[in-house]
Each structure stands twice: as structure tokens, then as C-alpha cells.
Design a binder for this molecule. Structure first.
Ligand code: RP5
Length: 162
């Protein structure tokens, strides 16, 4: 069974990353979610990625704050797409995590999304867009979602138009 794996560096990331899981729920997409750290539990992280790949993980989403090496550590151990979600907090309120997540050396990509909640949601959308390349039903659902969003803009505009 194919699925997307969500890994976060700490329980303190859960509240934000729940938005990622909720997005998958909304589209009925299979996912797994665990806590594992690049720094505090490197062996567990490496082992998990290996097992997840064997079980059918299509892509990995990694969320971490501060030094935020989790997405990079995943990218080092898999050739599946890795999406990095920088978490707010730390001395620079997420800027540190964003730079740490985005600045990978050539040949080792991490698709870095926005900080915090928006990034958590967009990580799920990006993973689903990858899945939708070979999943027509999901592709249709994503297109319908765009139509809903577009209509919501029109409705919002009508409320304030003068
Ligand atoms: C990172 O450090 C985690 O991903 C988290 O965002 C940040 C702080 O972790 P805690 O000290 O709250 O566990 O590894």
C-alpha cells in the first residue's frame, strides 16, 4: 500500500504538523506520522526511512525547527522526494530553520515549503500533486479543490465590492 510519510523532529512540532495530516484526511490519502529526530535519534530515523520505503512510502515530509537537519538527513538516505517544513521558534523564529532546510548541496534536493501551518498544509498538497501524476482520481480531486478555492475568492470579493 502506498502512502506518504510525515516525520517531525519533536512532539512540539505536532500541533502544526497536524494540519498536514488533516489535509491528507480531507483527500483520503494514506499517510503515516511519527516523531524521530536527526539529532536525538539518528539511528531510529535512518531505520524508519528504510522500513517505510520497503512498506511503500512514495514521499517523505520532514518538519523540524532550529538547526532543522531532519529533511536533509532524510534526503541523505532516500531517493524518494523529500519535502521539508521549517518550524517556527528558535532564536530567529524560524528563519534559522528555513535556511537550514532549504540550503541543500546540489544533487540532494529538499523541496522546502513555507514556515509553520501554511508549510504543513502545502507539504501535503505538494506530496499529493506528486501522487496525482499516477493517480487520476486524486488528480481530479485536486482540480476540483482549485475550483472551490477560486469560487471562494469570488464570494469574498462580492461581500466587499463597491
Ligand atoms: C527540532 O528542534 C524540533 O523539530 C523542534 O522544532 C525544535 C525544538 O524541539 P524541542 O526542544 O521542543 O523538543 O529538533
Amino acid at each position: 500500500m502506498s502512502f506518504v510519510s510525515i516525520i517531525m523532529g519533536s512532539k512540539s512540532d505536532y500541533e502544526v504538523m497536524k494540519n498536514c495530516a488533516d489535509t491528507f484526511e480531507k483527500f483520503n490519502v494514506n499517510y503515516e506520522m511519527i516523531i524521530s529526530s536527526a539529532h536525538r535519534s539518528p539511528e531510529r530515523t535512518k531505520e524508519y526511512v528504510k522500513n517505510a520505503e520497503e512498506k511503500g512510502a512514495i514521499a517523505f515530509i520532514a518538519a523540524a525547527g532550529m538547526a532543522a537537519h531532519l529533511a536533509g538527513a532524510l534526503a541523505a538516505t532516500t531517493t524518494k522526494p523529500v519535502i521539508g517544513v521549517p518550524m517556527k521558534g528558535g532564536a530567529m523564529d524560524g528563519m534559522d530553520a528555513m535556511l537550514s532546510t532549504v540550503q541543500m548541496p546540489s544533487g540532494m534536493p529538499v523541496a522546502t515549503v513555507a514556515l509553520g501551518r501554511t508549510g504543513a498544509i502545502n507539504a501535503a498538497y505538494l506530496a499529493m500533486q506528486i501522487l496525482a501524476i499516477s493517480d487520476k482520481e486524486l488528480s481530479v480531486k485536486l482540480k476540483e479543490d482549485r475550483i472551490v478555492k477560486s469560487k471562494a475568492v469570488e464570494a469574498d470579493s462580492k461581500e466587499i465590492e463597491v
